[in-house]
Design a protein around this ligand. Structure first.
Ligand SMILES: [Zn+2]
Length: 249
């Protein structure tokens, strides 16, 4: 059932269609505002509101754009997740190249396909661990509640709200010396993950932040274990701090 993006109440429908290009938005009985103004907005405004962390836009995307009856993950969201992973591979590779040049690592002497597959495996591991840790944390948090948690929707909320990673490409295009502001992008992604989950689960920001933190800790541990077990092969024998210096959270 569609949801009012302003107050979160369920509504019968979002608009009434009179003819092909003539629709009238439904008003919400609870808050007296349009139930979903984003139906008439174009993508740029939706994107700006996502950046501004408006809960209304996440309600629109999570409740009114995604079918609420599905069991898996929608195909266009899977495509977006693949894009995010490939993008992460590119950013990590970019940073690792700089790091390896700086410390004369043997990694760059490996064949290109080896370098690519190595970083791809790391990114896929990070993605899976992040999602699994958050789902486990939610399972633990709601263990005594009747609330039904649909984990596929949790994953979709996390994927959609990770759109901020795309901003890193601007840093590469503009040739920032050290990608030193990439932590800002990580904060935007963290904030939008928290906003999306908080809207979807109707939880406070603090509780949602703690749940997302479990995912981040899991991801960092997975990164360290992955590097610990494989880095000998690629010839980096620096301190653990230097090993992880090129990673992005
Ligand atoms: Zn309302």
């Amino acid at each position: 059932m569609p949801t009012c993006v302003e107050c979160g109440t369920r509504v019968q429908n979002l608009y009434t269609q009179y003819s092909k290009d003539n629709i009238r938005l439904t008003s919400c009985d609870q808050c007296q505002q349009f139930a979903d103004k984003y139906i008439e907005y174009d993508f740029v405004i939706i994107f700006i509101d996502m950046l501004l962390l408006k809960p209304q836009v996440y309600r629109h995307l999570l409740f009114n754009r995604i079918s609420q009856t599905g069991h898996g993950i929608e195909s266009n969201i899977i495509r977006f997740a693949i894009l995010l992973i490939l993008f992460e591979v590119y950013i990590k590779w970019f940073r690792l190249e700089r790091y390896c040049t700086l410390y004369n690592s043997l990694f760059l002497q490996k064949p290109l396909y080896y370098q690519y597959l190595y970083i791809l495996a790391l990114c896929i591991l990070e993605f899976v661990v992040f999602h699994c840790c958050i789902c486990l944390a939610l399972r633990f948090y709601f263990r005594n509640h009747d609330k039904v948690i649909r984990y596929n929707y949790i994953s979709m909320a996390l994927i959609i709200s990770s759109f901020g990673k795309m901003l890193l490409i601007l840093m590469v295009i503009w040739e920032y010396e050290q990608l030193e502001y990439s932590w800002l992008v990580s904060i935007i992604v963290l904030a939008s993950n928290v906003e999306a989950l908080s809207v979807y689960l109707d939880l406070s920001y603090m509780k949602t932040f703690l749940i997302v933190s479990v995912g981040i800790i899991g991801r960092v541990v997975a990164q360290l274990l992955f590097l610990q077990t494989t880095f000998v092969d690629i010839g980096l024998d620096d301190s653990p701090f230097l090993r992880t210096k090129w990673l992005t959270l």
